[in-house]
Design a protein around this ligand. Structure first.
Ligand code: HMG
Length: 440
């Protein structure tokens, strides 16, 4: 069977940055450690005034196409995943295709274009759509371009404000891919939830604490569903486990839950039993509350064990290094986590070809999806080609007043004229709602 998966990746960050411990914390009257240690964030990315979801997505896609020597004729499908769309009719992919067509001879006249929405899980769903299109043999030898692009902004003063971010991830989905092959097996955990939503509003209404519980519950269900088709997962099976990362502290909780699930009834659980006992079994308790309390106590002990710490440091922590510096990119977030993991492998000289990743995507509203990926031979060249460190280092560092101005400039309800902080350099720039963007 032909392998299908991610053949190329490019990342485009918003060009501004806000330092959470140094700039945000003092104004909010918070201990900087709340952001760095609690949420796990250092800085976030923001779009400059000439950037939006279209320009960031088009710039990521342009880099990808140029690097791989592609023309529009090579692409049979463009799907954009976003929860920051500004047009209820015309999909963002048409705006992005319009940008790209300004720079290539051909056009995307015969490509299928669309827009996917299901909060942050839509990026992975778009990859799924591309995978199915290729597997069904409808692609006529062409690849699919999937672009996950968002400006993840919260209302000022919302607890989510600290987790903001903006950027795009462009991915080429193709046969015999260079980076990872996707597993046929998938698991879902999906329920109608109202903890994070944007009904006809730009900024989300969020019940932050509940959203964390929903994330963990749906992720656990997705893992169980995945195991029902792929067989039991074990901690030894996966080199990295990239999760959707609204902020690294969330993934710390998901990682612990995943570890507990994966060691259940294994030698690892036996090994730990002498020190922390066996995992509580629901059948042994009279009430759910007692069972939950026992689980919490077990988890508290588990996270202090050397075995768990070593696993977390090796398998989960490397997936968070970019998120710490960019914040939540919503649809792009889990793809940033996978990139972080592979970047870590590249920088530490790890042999990855043939190794497995377990990828946990999540979108509020709510749905989690879990699948496995097998790393392919070309992964190293793809990761080497990224210039993400350069991009992050080149961001303009906002002071708090400037941050507020930028936030206002990106608030659709406000009419704010603001000078740009950085200079566009041979890239697409925003020229007004519904208008053709320009390359400057
Ligand atoms: P908060 O209530 O301001 O923060 O906002 P907190 O008081 O809960 O503190 C956060 C953590 O910092 C806690 O850690 C504190 O203990 C710790 P925890 O106990 O949870 O492990 N802390 C400190 N640590 C060290 N030193 C200190 C200190 N002070 C506190 N001095 C909240 C947190 C997540 C609620 C907020 O950021 C929020 O509402 N965020 C937006 C919603 C969100 O991200 N939810 C995540 C799950 S839903 C999801 O992922 C989907 C999403 O991406 C959207 C989509 O799918 O479209 C959001």
């Amino acid at each position: 069977m032909t392998a299908v998966g991610i053949d190329a990746i490019e990342i485009w960050t918003g060009k501004l940055t806000l330092n959470l411990p140094e700039t945000f914390a003092p104004v909010k009257g918070e201990d900087p450690a709340k952001y760095t240690k609690g949420l796990g964030l250092e800085t976030s990315s923001f779009p400059d005034v000439y950037e939006d979801i279209v320009t960031m997505g088009a710039n990521a896609a342009k880099r990808l196409m140029d690097r791989r020597g592609l023309t529009p004729d090579d692409i049979g499908r463009i799907d954009v995943a976003t929860e920051s769309a500004f047009d209820n009719s015309k999909p963002v992919s048409t705006y992005i295709a319009g940008c790209l067509e300004q720079t290539y001879e051909g056009d995307f006249r015969h490509a299928n274009k669309g827009e996917r929405k299901f909060a942050c899980v839509a990026g992975t769903q778009s990859i799924d759509d591309a995978y199915n299109w290729i597997k069904a043999g409808r692609n006529r030898g062409r690849a699919a371009l999937v672009i996950a692009t968002d400006t993840a902004l919260y209302a000022r003063g919302d607890p989510g404000e600290a987790t903001q971010g903006a950027g795009a991830v462009a991915m080429l989905i193709d046969e015999e891919p260079s980076v990872v092959e996707l597993s046929t097996e998938q698991g879902y955990g999906s329920m109608d939830e109202t903890d994070f939503l944007k009904p006809n509003q730009q900024f989300p209404s969020v019940d932050g604490k509940r959203s964390m519980q929903v994330y963990l519950a749906r992720m656990r269900e997705a893992l169980e569903d995945y195991e029902s088709v792929a067989g039991r997962t074990k901690v030894e099976d996966f080199e990295y486990i990239p999760f959707h990362t609204p902020f690294p502290g969330m993934v710390r909780k998901a990682g612990l839950l995943g570890y507990r699930h994966m060691i259940r009834d294994t030698e690892k659980e036996d090994e730990l039993a002498d020190r922390i006992g066996r995992q509580p079994r629901e059948a042994d308790f009279d009430s759910w509350d007692d069972y939950e309390e026992a689980i919490r106590a077990y988890m508290d002990d588990l996270k202090e064990t050397d075995e768990y710490r070593e696993w977390y440091g090796r398998v989960i922590d490397p997936t968070l290094s970019l998120a710490r510096r960019v914040g939540n990119w919503y649809t792009g977030s889990v793809h940033v986590a996978r990139t972080s993991a592979l970047k870590h492998a590249y920088e530490t000289g790890k042999a990855m070809t043939g190794k497995q990743l377990l990828v946990g995507s999540y979108g509020s509203g709510a749905q989690a999806e879990i699948h496995a990926e097998t790393v392919r031979e070309g992964w190293r060249d793809e990761i080497e080609a990224l210039n993400v460190d350069e991009q992050l280092a080149g961001r303009y560092d906002l002071d708090f007043e400037e941050y507020e101005q930028v936030h206002d400039a990106h608030n659709h309800e406000k009419d704010v004229e603001l000078e740009e902080f950085t200079q566009p350099a041979n890239e697409f720039v925003f020229t007004g709602w519904g208008r053709m963007n320009e390359r400057k």
